[in-house]
Design a protein around this ligand. Structure first.
Ligand code: AMP
Length: 549
């Protein structure tokens, strides 16, 4: 299949802002693609060459890409950098340079989707010394075979930055539409596999019935079921009737998979962190049976039995070196609260049955425990309040209130699993820019422009936040800003939307100044949320309904 065809669809997508139209354009396109290419094309419509669940990454930095562009078009790198600063979009820069080029490139071959896809994967797999020239050679080969429009989209795909306003939801709808599949079936298949290409292949080849057969597989991480805020213990228990209440631990969510002899630990963003927490391997092996399983829990950092700062645990699971020292300094404890698979998939069973199975298969030990849990209804609601008070007294975060009859629905943030916390609610936002400070702080980015997710997954600025940051966090954040820098202007810096912050605030207000239409009074950074990604940030819609509430 010619790459040109895909690029024409990109152009059509860029001509409309309407979600429905985008989904229709994609559905019409997907319908006629052969089985060999459908998986690749669907991934590439999201600007990816690896599915989200993959441990592979599109590994290339802006600098290398700009160098490749400068070499291909025979212009100095400074010119490429200036243009990027000016236009803010590397695709547009490449397109312009293509138009201006004087030397005639010969088209060695017409690009195919397969060739572009495989080449970008190849770039990701090159590592070690002398890797940069090899990466550049591959990009140059692609760019010198490309037409003007193709040249625009190749760098955008390499950086995973198509910016077509096409998110997973639109692609899922397009698959449903193209192959006449119920939307819920497509959604479920995706949440279970996190591989949109695989879902498309199944949809095309086997239809709705085949998609329904896609199921949990130990070893392949699943999107976790998420919690909503409880408006209050009484009202939540009254609405649900019978509930399960558990301590809410303040750590990071961990999904543990056992497949054969192999045990893997994944975060809620489905990152494999097994190598960073080797000391958990034996306790998990000893505490859980030999059969294949998937269990879920919260891992917290403790000292003398008391939880210690959340940031400690984040740094701990992302650590690649000096792990032995970290094991001593930041001891971990795991509290399991769910089982998704044991010999077979359990996600369709109600929570009370899953919990029972978990209690049967786990031999609790020092490092691996069960979450504290009680059964509550209106008659013994005081026990829930007591659990909440105990939780806070022990340094935890609050309680979870769960419907015992609810199946496990991957990726869902529904009304059947609630959280009730002592602290006021916070928002998860993504940093899109910032301003360097003055005087002593001129080396640091002191103020951060943050955004929420709007319609079509577009980011909408909501507030500048500059408080709540100690020197150490400022330094850490500034380094991240420089790493993800897109361009800068005077003291302002604009970055890729990669850094997630949790912020507290005193009030939501209407504001024409920010793209969200709303803003926050007295915003304070609570912490950097390395465990969360762009998919986890709050939406303008949710802010709006909180404002109205
Ligand atoms: P939040 O991150 O504020 O949306 O709160 C939901 C998170 O609380 C879950 O994703 C888990 O990481 C965490 N959590 C802590 N304790 C529990 C528990 N007992 N049951 C479920 N989730 C828990």
């Amino acid at each position: 299949m010619k790459y040109k065809e895909l690029v024409n669809v990109y152009e059509a997508l860029s001509q409309t802002t309407k979600k429905l139209e985008k989904a229709m354009i994609l559905a019409d396109f997907f319908r006629d693609i052969d089985s060999k290419n459908i998986g690749k094309v669907v991934l590439m419509s999201l600007g990816l060459v690896y599915p989200k669940n993959s441990e592979e990454e599109q590994g290339i930095g802006d600098k290398t890409l700009m160098k490749a562009i400068s070499q291909t078009y025979g212009v100095p790198i400074s010119k490429v950098e200036d243009r990027v600063r000016e236009l803010g979009d590397i695709g547009q820069v490449t397109e312009n340079l293509y138009k201006e080029k004087t030397q005639q490139t010969f088209f060695s071959k017409e690009l195919t989707v397969e060739f572009v896809f495989n080449s970008i994967r190849k770039i990701a797999n090159i590592s070690g010394s002398k890797s940069q020239p090899r990466k550049i050679a591959i990009i140059s080969e692609l760019l010198s075979s490309a037409s003007e429009l193709e040249a625009k989209y190749i760098p955008k795909t390499i950086l995973e930055e198509l910016r077509l306003g096409v998110g997973e939801a639109i692609v899922r709808d397009a698959i449903s539409n193209a192959f006449e599949i119920d939307k819920e079936v497509t959604e479920r298949a995706y949440a279970l596999t996190n591989d949109i290409g695989l879902v498309a292949e199944f949809a095309k080849e086997k239809g709705e019935k085949g998609l329904k057969e896609l199921n949990l597989v130990p070893g392949r991480p699943v999107k976790p079921m998420l919690a909503q805020l409880s408006p209050g213990v009484d009202i939540s228990v009254k609405t649900m009737g019978n509930v399960i209440c558990e301590t809410k631990y303040d750590g990071i969510r961990i999904q543990i998979h056992k497949k054969g002899d192999e045990i893997k630990f994944f975060t809620r963003r489905l990152e494999n962190v097994t190598q960073a927490i080797p000391e958990m391997m034996e306790p998990v092996k000893n505490g859980l049976p030999d059969e294949n399983f998937i269990v879920e829990g919260e891992i917290i950092a403790t000292r003398d039995g008391k939880p210690i700062s959340f940031q400690n645990i984040l740094q701990r699971v992302r650590r690649k070196y000096n792990i032995d020292k970290a094991i001593k300094n930041v001891p971990l404890t795991l509290y399991l609260f769910d089982v998704l698979y044991y010999k077979t998939s359990l996600i369709d069973k109600p929570l009370k049955e899953r919990r029972k199975i978990l209690e049967q298969i786990l031999k609790p030990g020092n490092k691996v425990n069960l979450s504290d849990k009680i059964d509550v209804n209106m008659d013994n609601i005081d026990e829930a309040k007591k659990l909440f008070e105990d939780s806070i007294a022990k340094g935890h975060e609050g309680i979870m209130i769960k419907d015992p009859n609810e199946p496990y629905i991957p990726g869902l943030r529904g009304k059947k699993m609630l959280k009730f916390k002592a602290e006021p609610e916070t928002l998860d936002v993504v940093v899109i820019g910032g301003t360097y400070g003055l005087g002593r702080r001129s080396k640091f980015v002191g103020s951060y422009l943050v955004a929420l997710k709007g319609e079509d997954d577009e980011l909408k600025s909501v507030v500048h936040v500059a408080t709540g940051l100690d020197d150490e966090t400022l330094e850490q954040l500034t380094k991240l800003m420089e790493k993800y820098k897109k361009y800068d202007k005077g003291t302002k810096i604009f970055v890729e939307p990669k850094i997630i912050l949790e912020i507290a605030y005193s009030e939501i207000v209407k504001s024409p100044e920010y793209e969200a239409g709303y803003s926050l009074r007295f915003p304070v950074v609570k912490r950097i949320r390395n465990d969360k990604g762009i998919d986890d940030i709050n939406t303008v819609e949710s802010l709006k309904s909180m404002f109205k509430g």
